[in-house]
Unconditional design. Sequence first.
Length: 139
Amino acid sequence: MRSFRKELTLETETRLAFINITEQVEDAIKESGIQEGLCLVAAMHVTASCFIGDNEKGSIQDLTKWVDRMAPHEPLTLWKHNESGEENGDAHLKRQLMGREVVIAITAGKADFGTWEQVFYGEFDGQNSKNVLVKIIGE
């Protein structure tokens, strides 16, 4: 069995953002040369997420509305974590809602997605650089 590791570096202009990283993940799979295996895509920060979703504007707007409704940023006093001096208590909770990582099957050297499936990075405490791990194992 072989393995391949790559880090993607992402930066957002806004505090909350969803970025389609499907192309970068597919490029990493191709670069790995692995034909049959698994690809882990994981956010390397406690206030970010990787997930599978639909690359449709309304769907992204719905996700944004939903995570904000489930864990609103303000009032800052809503979250105990903010008492530490940070103002990102909501971002930690949003990450828990959306999850840390996804695993994608690799078949015949390509990501084995279902119809409309795309890989996204979710940023909940943005405006600085964060990394995404792409780890591929297989033959």
